[in-house]
Ligand binder design. Structure first.
Ligand code: C5P
Length: 232
């Protein structure tokens, strides 16, 4: 599976997202559509971005009973998206049901990626509020293993965790990694970060890059720089 750069299209409206994507004339970047854009513009924005020829990672992080997740995944799969995700905390029954729901009549399906522990969850909050006593890194790896055993394709994680996920779950198990910053760029609110080149060395399969591209003076050049550093 080839490495790719996914642009996090975090805009409050479909119009702004489409205006941003119109900057790209010679290439069709892989696009992440998250909750903000999806809740604002619904399935129509997904159809419009697909119609322009982009691949889409629909990042809605499903977490519900297996039957509900299965039928919801069938709806998302019919939008012809390329990658979707869910919370591994929903347990293996939910992950397996999600995979069934995603399968299209022609035997294809979007990639299915799990969120392990959100990067906003600290060791203390996990212990005191989620009542999980294990070290956070171990919980991330165990959840990744559950996802792999359920037949999922990979996890969302920090580039800094990509190597340990691969050694626990196999080199083909995908690591989709946000938290990417240029060496000379703004860090913003991200903490555990890596440059695109470092993410490549660490074994990330896909990097998800938002503000370093969307807020760049020249977004196309910033995207090309990511591709040069990460894909080579
Ligand atoms: O702007 P930036 O490059 O920080 O965007 C990263 C994207 O990846 C955002 O859409 C953010 O919501 C998402 N993300 C993240 N960390 C996670 C999961 C998703 O930054 N653990």
């Amino acid at each position: 599976m080839g490495k790719d750069v996914i642009i996090a299209c975090d805009f409050p409206s479909g119009g702004e997202a489409l205006a941003f994507l119109s900057n790209f004339r010679d290439e069709k970047p892989y696009v992440r559509v998250g909750m903000e854009l999806f809740y604002a513009s619904g399935a129509q924005i997904v159809r419009e971005i697909k119609a322009r020829g982009h691949k889409i990672f629909l990042d809605l992080k499903l977490h519900d009973i297996p039957n509900t997740v299965k039928s919801s995944m069938a709806v998302l799969s019919a939008l012809d998206v390329d990658m979707v995700n869910l919370h591994a905390a929903g347990t293996r029954a939910m992950m397996e049901a999600a995979l069934e729901g995603l399968m299209r009549p022609d035997g294809t399906r979007p990639l299915l990626i799990a969120v392990t522990q959100l990067t906003s969850t600290s060791q203390e909050r996990m212990r005191d509020e989620l009542l999980i006593d294990l070290p956070l890194e171990e919980v991330v790896l165990r959840y990744a293993e559950n996802a792999a055993k359920s037949g999922l394709d990979g996890v969302v994680c920090s580039p800094l965790e990509a190597a340990s996920v691969h050694s626990r779950c196999g080199s083909k198990f995908l690591t989709v990694t946000p938290g990417v910053r240029f060496a000379d760029g703004d860090v913003g609110d991200q903490v555990r970060i890596a440059t695109p080149a470092r993410a490549k060395e660490l074994g990330s399969d896909y990097i998800v890059v938002g503000r370093p591209i969307t807020r760049a003076a020249d977004p196309v050049e910033a995207y090309r720089r990511c591709v040069r550093e990460f894909v080579g």
